[in-house]
Structure formats: C-alpha cells, structure tokens
Design a protein around this ligand. Sequence first.
Ligand code: FPP
Length: 252
Amino acid sequence: MKTIKNIFGPKEEDIQLDMENIPRHVAIIMDGNGRWAKKRGLPRTAGHKAGIEVLREVIKASSELKIEFLTLYAFSTENWKRPKEEVSALMKLLVYYLQKEVKELHKNKVRIRTIGDITQLPHQVIGQIHKAVDLTKNNKGLTVNIALNYGGRDEIIRAVKNIWKENMEGNICIENMDEEKFSTYLDTGHLPDPDLLIRPSGEFRTSNFLLWQLAYAEFWFSNIYWPDFDKKHLYMAIRDYQMRHRRFGGLK
Ligand code: FPP
C-alpha cells in the first residue's frame, strides 16, 4: 500500500512521493559552485561557501524523508590539482562547517562518517573530522557520509592492497573472494550501495565517484548549480527515481 506525501515543488507544482519507496542511500556530487560564483562576479570560494549553506536544508529534508544514508562528494583525489588558494579555502570551509554545524547535526541524531583517505588532509581538518565522527557515532538517524580526498579508483587500489596484505598474512584465501566480500574492503564497507546519484550543474559524468558502488544506482541530472539546489530539487529527484523500473540486470 502506497503512502503518498504531497509537497510543493517549484512554481507550486505538487510533488507526490511514495513514502514506502524512498531511496535508502542517496549520493550527491555537489557541482557548479565555481560557475555559480562566476555568474555573480564573485570569487570561486564564494561559490563553495554558498554550497555549504545548502547542506542544512538538504540534510534536514533527507532526515524527514527517512533517507538512511547521504553521501556527499566534498573533495576528490583530483581536486588537489586546483590552485592552492582554492584547496586551502575548501579545507578551511570544511573546518568551519564541522565546527558550526556539528552540535545541531548531533541534536538531530545525524551520524557523521567519511570515506576517502583522510590521512592526507591538513591536521586541523583531521582533528575536526575525528571530533564530529566521535560525537555522533551512536546516533541512529541519517548517516551523512562525507567523501574527502576520495577517488573511486584510489579506493579500489587501497582495497586491493589490503586484500593482498591479508592474503600474504594468511588471514584470507583469495580464491574465495567474491563481490560481497570485496565490497567490505571499500571505504563504504558499512553502507549499502547508493540507490540514487544526484549531479547538478549540467555535467553528465561520475568523476571518479563511487565507481564500484554506483553499478545499479539511478542517475538524476539537472542544470542547476549546487548553491541553488534546495529541498524541492531533492523531492523532484526522488519523484523521478520512483518512476524508474529497477531491474538489476534481470527482467522484472
Ligand atoms: C564542485 O564545484 C565542488 C567542489 C569541488 C567542492 C564541494 C564542496 C563543498 C560544497 C563544501 C564542503 C562540503 C562539506 C560536506 C562540508 P566546482 O568548484 O567544480 O564548480 P565548477 O564546476 O562550476 O567550477
């Protein structure tokens, strides 16, 4: 039996969501910050700052919809190639965000986790991440999973190295490796695969995000820049997701 929730979309368009078919795991590539800023004659960092402001509404709406996992692509293994001022501004923004929002997130029972190789991040960022993860570790609400110094290829290589090491130490038998076991070696070992990938800003690629995990995710693209994204776009993405027929390679 469908439980329909009516919400208003852009231009007061009614959006109906089936509350029994909400994606468990939503992944978002928060793209378009730079172009959003450029359009306004602002520095790129102003776009990233505006991008952070969006998170509060998206996290709240995700919690209300009872989405279980929200994975946000905040900094990729390739983003180090950006000018060092931009990289440094992004790191500062991360610290600012975690310092400013963690108490509120904790109050709302949000659990913060990360994926990616955070050991390469500045000490201050690592410190704030540890604090936020530790404070929220027993929360039972939405898990917000922040991808930091994350790359899908890098993650797979790190997993393979760990498997090789365990095999050499005789802890596992490589012949018994299968997809399910391999998944546990990825940074997302504690998460189900994403059901829905959202990418705003008019780009149509995965950009090294969750390469293994997105195998059967539904993709939702939009021309809107991330700082203009709000809960209505999340509802639209979920409404479209609910109209897809997921067959996972089968026939039904
Ligand atoms: C892509 O836009 C965005 C990023 C590389 C950074 C996204 C990071 C944030 C929104 C802030 C940190 C997030 C958290 C979870 C605290 P772009 O710069 O590539 O935009 P462009 O394609 O228009 O240049």
